[in-house]
Design a protein around this ligand. Structure first.
Ligand SMILES: *[C@@H]1O[C@H](CO)[C@@H](O)[C@H](O)[C@H]1NC(C)=O
Ligand SMILES: *[C@@H]1O[C@H](CO)[C@@H](O)[C@H](O)[C@H]1NC(C)=O
Length: 274
């Protein structure tokens, strides 16, 4: 009994000794899981600082939040995230400027903030179609899925099935569709990312152009050239017999001299008028 009591006393004094020497930061809350985008309040309470507190600030993902810089010797500091959204997720640190400086972290976890690289993609028939989605919110997704959306029906496009290939990293997922087909592949797609908080998604519309459509501008030029050549050819063909006939009627170079004569007549007439 006495032994137990003295052991207890020893433990208590040990705890007190460490509490006396080590600064402790009590974070409130210890973690935030924000799904409904409400206001979030973070706080840190520094007890037993090793030296005077010269100031404090907060950091998000290792970057100092300028508006949080405080030069007062507070040992209790708060940071408010007004209307937390998917971009406010991250690892927050409260930093107390003691010597040495001390800090503690609070994780603010949000749903994946998924964004399509482009909301409208285009591909040529028989080519490869590539759709890309990214996510930069915290925590990063642990899983990506792709769906084809027809009305309110979603079909999972599993990697390696049919002509689909899915390549994913936590920040990015790419769906490749080989040999695009106008009928089968044009339409709406959805990328869905999941983390420990839940899921987020975005949509992409894929348009598939026929090979012929890609050729239209070229075909247009070809058609234009053909028409021009034909017109010139026909004109030349129809003109030749007339020229020969003219030659027969009035000897050498009749057209030129006629034109010159007409011109002269006109000049004379104009001068007369003046
Ligand atoms: C900070 O912690 C100390 C010691 O536990 C406590 O007495 C004090 O009330 C706390 N301050 C606030 C603002 O919670
Ligand atoms: C999809 O399949 C390919 C080939 O089978 C593989 O290399 C790749 O890692 C797979 N991707 C995913 C996300 O499972």
């Amino acid at each position: 009994m006495a032994l137990l009591w003295s052991l207890g006393a020893l433990l208590a004094s040990l705890c007190a000794a460490t509490a006396m020497t080590d600064p402790v930061i009590v974070t409130m809350p210890s973690e935030v899981v924000n799904v409904n985008e409400t206001t979030v309040q973070l706080s840190c309470n520094l007890t037993n600082p090793t030296s005077a507190v010269a100031g404090s600030h907060w950091e998000k993902d290792g970057k100092k939040i300028d508006s949080s810089v405080d030069t007062k010797p507070n040992t209790f500091i708060e940071y408010t995230i007004k209307k937390a959204d998917l971009q406010t997720g991250g690892v927050y640190h409260c930093v107390f400027l003691t010597s040495p400086q001390v800090n503690s972290s609070i994780e603010v976890k949000v749903l994946p903030h998924v964004k399509a690289y482009k909301h409208s993609e285009q591909g040529n028939e028989n080519d490869k179609g590539v759709l890309t989605c990214t996510c930069h919110s915290y925590p990063l997704p642990t899983d990506w899925q792709w769906f084809k959306v027809i009305g309110d029906k979603k079909t999972l496009l599993a990697n390696g099935t049919e002509r689909y290939e899915v390549k994913s990293t936590p920040e990015k997922s790419i769906l490749s569709i080989s040999e695009l087909d106008i009928e089968k592949d044009a339409g709406d797609y959805e990328c869905l990312a999941t983390n420990e908080v839940g899921s987020g998604s975005d949509k992409i519309q894929l348009r598939v152009r026929s090979r012929l459509a890609a050729l239209w501008p070229f075909l247009g030029i070809v058609a234009e050239v053909i028409i021009l050549v034909t017109v010139i050819f026909i004109y030349e063909k129809r003109r030749k017999p007339d020229d020969i006939a003219d030659d027969d009627d009035s000897g050498a170079a009749p057209l030129k001299s006629n034109a010159a004569a007409n011109h002269k007549d006109q000049n004379v007439r104009q001068r007369n008028c003046n």
